[in-house]
Design a protein. Structure first.
Length: 215
């Protein structure tokens, strides 16, 4: 039988609360006997993790930032994501290209056409453009996210941005979600963690990806 890999990405502004749910889904898929590849962007390979450090901490212009993020993505796709999907794994990826359109495109105001070009080169696949099968978007008011993040850790170049930046990032996610409504699952990040989990789990049960028994 041909195994079918699943590619699921998770998005949202910093502080939207996606991390615990990614771990919960990994455990739920594993409990059903699926192989899970848990990974993140920028990062996921030794080279991409080095690029992540630069992107998060070194000063650079917007084009350099976009190029490094897509370079990291290329390495990650080639060495982790595509092989995992070919094996039939469930790939849970903490952020993917929607983050680039939201943060670099909408947040920084970088040229969307250039991002589209980079996306078309980096994500070229035999059947068209490699995109997640589903993108789970944790939507949260940037003012609430800022309160959650305050004092949590030393902020990186993105976390240090003002609420106005995150409002633009959030608008960028909303535009991506509107343009590709079939792919996006929107969750209200202001709900309790348990309520968000129930909604997410229910969605995956309805798709036939998880069993209804273990929530
Ligand atoms: P993380 O803290 O969720 O791991 O994400 C790292 C930071 O990188 C986060 O602030 C968002 C940012 N980022 C971009 O600006 N563009 C991208 O394409 C990705 C994947 C992340």
């Amino acid at each position: 039988m041909t195994k079918t890999g699943l590619f699921i990405s998770f998005e949202g502004i910093d502080g939207a609360g996606k991390s615990t749910h990614i771990d919960g889904l990994a455990a739920a898929f594993k409990a059903q006997g699926r192989q899970v590849t848990l990974t993140r962007e920028p990062g996921g390979t030794p080279l991409a993790e080095k690029l992540r450090e630069m992107v998060l901490h070194d000063a650079m212009d917007s084009l350099t930032e976009a190029l490094l993020i897509f370079a990291a993505r290329r390495d990650h796709l080639q060495n982790v994501i595509e092989p995992a999907l070919a094996r039939g794994d469930v790939v849970l990826c903490d952020r993917f290209t929607d983050a680039t359109f939201a943060y670099q495109g909408s947040g920084r105001g970088f040229d969307l056409y250039v991002l589209e070009q980079l996306e078309s080169w980096v994500q070229a696949a035999p059947n068209g453009l490699r995109q997640p099968d589903v993108t789970v978007w944790f939507e949260l008011d940037p003012a609430i996210a800022a309160v959650r993040l305050a004092g949590a850790r030393v902020p990186d170049r993105f976390e240090a941005q003002p609420v106005t930046f995150f409002q633009k990032v959030s608008d960028g996610y909303a535009r991506r979600a509107e343009a590709d409504a079939q792919r996006f699952v929107r969750l209200d990040g202001a709900q309790t963690r348990e309520a968000v989990w129930q909604q997410l789990h229910h969605n995956f049960v309805q798709r036939g990806w998880l069993s209804a028994l273990a929530a």
